[in-house]
Design a protein around this ligand. Structure first.
Ligand SMILES: *Cc1c(COP(=O)(O)O)cnc(C)c1O
Length: 343
């Protein structure tokens, strides 16, 4: 790469949007084949048949991972093998060649290493990693297509909370569902996110940050947001909805449960949560890779607004967040071996 020069990036002006980087990873695999090979190619537009399976029938899945500089100066990933395992599940569910988690982690690592100059300095954000698998061969009838493309793109992003953590204002949505029982809500399949766009835009128009979706069968149990899992804390117990097939099993969700029970001695229950449980909770927060833990300060249900913990982040959410972020930044011990250095 003789003509490669280090990028000049204003780390303080990064938001959550796409910044072009040096390269991306690409591998292809035939239906019925195994993932192998692949290469780094310069970042840029790609060519695709307009009949590609992903474009016409939504045969696509994705992941969200982040690489960031720790307090020790290492560039690290958080539990990337879990993203690989989830992508194995998602690909299988959408009739694609099942992702090999080790192949996935290797491709992610290679892409981060090649774009290491785009990893923000410690505390200035992260390199957001977006692995995808798409059905890329042309197809006319509804059927799995014959060829699949795995790509890993990256983009530096700023810290999620630039001006301190602001509690979310959410709406329990009784007009739309995110995912159906026995559907694809538990896979990171692209169609789930197109389904949530309309209700998201409606909620934003009404002044909310996001929707809380209920189960589609009884419309009684809380599931999650459009792209984050939910927790409540009440009477000394931390609760999150049990994975029921339509909830996406977040890696942050699982990590929060483990940190709370194994490190902080908090009772954790994976159970059914009703709207009443939510509205009467001492604390409510949601979890995901980008936000880690975000407190929920207001919840509207059937036109009535309830304030949670005086619209402030509660002490339990605070403690779990500090512990999890401390492990991620290599400021605290990593007793579970979750943090992986890329170099
Ligand atoms: C990605 C995602 C989450 C969060 O998962 P993490 O692995 O914690 O990032 C939660 N819900 C939905 C619907 C998601 O797509």
């Amino acid at each position: 790469m003789s003509n490669y020069s280090k990028p000049t990036i204003d780390w303080d002006s990064l938001g959550f949007n796409v910044t072009e980087t040096k390269s991306m990873f690409r591998a292809t695999c035939d239906l019925g084949g195994k993932w192998s090979g692949g290469e780094l190619i310069p970042y840029g537009d790609i060519q695709l048949s307009p009949f590609a399976g992903v474009l016409n029938y939504g045969q696509g899945v994705f992941e969200g991972v982040k690489a960031f500089r720790s307090s020790k100066g290492n560039v690290v990933l958080f539990r990337p093998e879990m993203n690989g395992k989830r992508m194995a599940f998602s690909t299988k569910r959408i009739c694609m060649p099942e992702m090999n988690p080790a192949f996935f982690v290797d491709a992610v690592t290679k892409t981060v290493k090649d774009n290491i100059d785009y990893v923000p300095p410690f505390g200035k954000g992260s390199l957001y990693i977006r692995p995808v698998v798409w059905g890329t061969a042309p197809i006319l009838g509804v059927s799995p297509t014959s060829e699949y493309t795995f790509m890993v793109m990256v983009s530096p992003v700023g810290p999620y909370f630039k001006n301190g953590i602001k509690p979310l204002n959410l709406k329990v949505n009784t007009d739309y569902h995110r995912a159906a029982p026995k559907g694809i809500g538990n896979a990171k399949a692209i169609g789930n996110y197109s389904a949530s766009l309309f209700p998201l835009m409606e909620a934003k128009k009404e002044g909310f940050d996001e929707n809380i979706y209920l189960d589609a069968k009884e419309e009684k149990f809380v599931e999650e947001l459009g792209s984050a899992n939910m927790f409540i804390y009440k009477d000394g117990c931390l609760k999150t909805p049990a994975l029921n097939g339509s909830i996406l099993g977040g890696i942050t969700r699982q990590s929060v449960c483990q940190v709370a029970s194994d490190l902080l001695g908090i009772t954790v229950e994976k159970t059914e949560l009703t709207v009443d449980d939510l509205l009467s909770a001492d604390e409510v927060f949601c979890t995901g890779t980008a936000v880690v833990i975000t407190p929920v300060g207001k919840i509207s249900y059937q036109g009535k607004m309830t304030e949670i913990n005086q619209n402030k982040m509660g002490p339990i959410a605070q403690k779990i967040r500090e512990t999890l972020v401390g492990i991620q930044r290599e400021e605290l011990d990593d007793p579970f071996g979750w943090v992986v250095s890329v170099e």
